[in-house]
Design a protein around this ligand. Structure first.
Ligand code: HEM
Length: 192
């Protein structure tokens, strides 16, 4: 049935999305330019750990490579004044391991989905800090292709054979992201 797996995945992760959206406190965090930079630095660690693991598990560069966003974050951080050595020294969570395409797609669901809400956040940052392309590449995500890329991603979800592994990885990735962005380790960085 078309869209069935996506609908189930969305339902299974709805509470996790709600929790992350609530705890992220993004409006406060992006209200100042240093705050926005700190939040991006935190996302940088997450993408640095998860993108290689997703790439390996998925084994489909043609599909995944256009969805990688680590280089976009690095470009934004450089624009905001972090030099390459400071960027390379940023903390990252433990690298996960995805055994095969189903769990890798589950993790990618979280990163790809974040491009949707990210449009709202990006518009706010642009208005607050006068950024356009430079400094906003991560939140611009796939630009005008964001909608079509999301549609193609949803189609891909329907090809997954192991729905349990897909869902389990998506929920775990939401939880790991929430801990990394909003948990105690993030609090320590924000207080420093
Ligand atoms: C980094 C944190 C976030 C992650 C990982 C994330 C993840 C996701 C995912 C996976 C989806 C797809 C749901 C589906 O299957 O249809 C989604 C959709 C959405 N998210 Fe988030 N989200 C995040 C933060 C936010 C925030 C802060 C907002 C509010 C500004 C938000 C607003 C939305 C909206 C409006 C959609 C639906 C967009 C549409 O259907 O066109 N998200 N998000």
């Amino acid at each position: 049935m078309s869209g069935d797996l996506h609908a189930r995945l969305r339902a299974a992760t709805a509470a996790a999305h709600e929790g992350l959206e609530r705890d992220l406190d993004w409006e406060t965090r992006v209200a100042t330019l240093p705050g926005y930079r700190d939040l991006l630095a935190r996302f940088r660690g997450f993408h640095a750990a998860y993108e290689p693991a997703i790439g390996t598990g998925l084994g489909d560069g043609a599909f995944f490579d256009p969805r990688r966003r680590l280089a976009k974050i690095d470009a934004d951080l450089a624009h905001l004044g972090l030099d390459a050595s400071a960027v390379a020294a940023l903390p990252a969570p433990a690298r996960p391991r995805f055994d095969g395409p189903a769990p890798a797609l589950g993790a990618l669901y979280v990163l790809e989905g974040s491009t949707l809400g990210g449009r709202v956040i990006g518009r706010r940052i642009a208005a607050l800090h006068g950024l356009d392309v430079d400094g906003l590449a991560y939140y611009r995500a796939h630009g005008p292709a964001t909608g079509p890329m999301w549609a193609a991603f949803r189609d891909r979800l329907e090809t997954v054979a192991d729905a349990a592994a897909l869902t389990e990885a998506a929920v775990a990735t939401f939880e790991a992201m929430r801990d990394w962005l909003c948990g105690r380790s993030a609090e320590r960085v924000r207080a420093a």
